[in-house]
Design a protein around this ligand. Structure first.
Ligand code: 13P
Length: 262
């Protein structure tokens, strides 16, 4: 069975753009894509603002019927209670978030998030009907010691523990050495690891899940290299950091189809 996977271009704003800047950004992006006759059915666009922007962005998306998906950058393993500073998946679902990034390397690195915490967060997302965007990737040191796939495969195997076969998930391969470095993986490297991660999804959740699950590449994606990644059969989109903060650049990444095969 051949399943068409709608490409997903997701902008992870990280700790950038306050709620006023977020409104201006989303409006400008919408206009930029309207002018270009961007076809909302051929590519899904997602924005992942800081928590404090979510309410404002959600209101704008709903009011103006802007067809962007909304996601958060993290969530708590817990649903409610005495967890100061934490944000429940229940709150995110109420704000019409469809997605939540889990296990980003910056969470793993600066907040010591273990694979087990990541797995608990995946479960928390699924409890609230949020699609987890599960981030995995190797550091430069891992790459040297173990090659590209070993660490991301191990991370994904733990994250998928207890995930039902029919769960809607997204996997993002983000080599840590490529994030914010201007040094993207080659399309061949991205394809190799994304294909391997798809096999892990297949082993854990079955063939249907492997065929349907979108596997993204992230790390120094720009308008100039997106087409080369999207030509690869197992790369279904991109998780974009820095370039998702520049309207024209992000719009050009979203319109990548125009460049494919040119
Ligand atoms: P850059 O696109 O800035 O390299 O960041 C990638 C990333 O971490 C997205 O989650």
């Amino acid at each position: 069975m051949v399943v068409a996977r709608v490409p997903f271009i997701a902008g992870n704003w990280k700790m950038n753009l306050d709620h006023l800047q977020a409104v201006a950004f989303v409006q400008k992006l919408h206009w930029a894509l309207k002018d270009a006759k961007h076809d909302a059915a051929s590519v899904e666009v997602g924005v992942f603002p800081p928590y404090t922007d979510l309410r404002t962005v959600q209101t704008l998306l709903d009011a103006d019927k802007i067809p962007f998906a909304l996601g958060a950058q993290d969530l708590s393993t817990q649903d409610a209670g005495a967890y100061t500073g934490e944000i429940s998946g229940a709150f995110l679902a109420k704000l019409h978030c469809g997605y939540v990034i889990i296990g980003h390397s910056e969470r793993r690195q600066y907040h010591a998030e273990s694979d087990d915490v990541v797995a608990a967060k995946v479960q928390a997302a699924l409890r609230h009907g949020l699609v987890p965007v599960i981030c995995v990737g190797e550091t430069a040191e891992d790459l040297e010691k173990f090659g590209a796939s070993a660490v991301p495969v191990g991370q994904l195997e733990v994250a998928l523990e207890g995930v039902p076969a029919d769960a809607d998930i997204v996997v993002a391969y983000e080599p840590v050495w490529a994030i914010g470095s201007g040094q993207a993986a080659t399309p061949e490297q991205a394809q190799d690891v994304c294909a391997t991660l798809r096999r892990v999804v297949g082993d854990k959740l079955g063939a249907d899940a492997a065929a349907r699950t979108r596997v993204l590449y992230g790390g120094s994606v720009k308008s100039g290299n997106i087409a080369s990644f999207m030509r690869e059969p197992d790369v279904d989109g991109a998780l974009v950091g820095g370039a998702s903060l520049v309207v024209d650049e992000f719009a050009a990444i979203i319109r990548f189809q125009k460049h494919v095969g040119v």
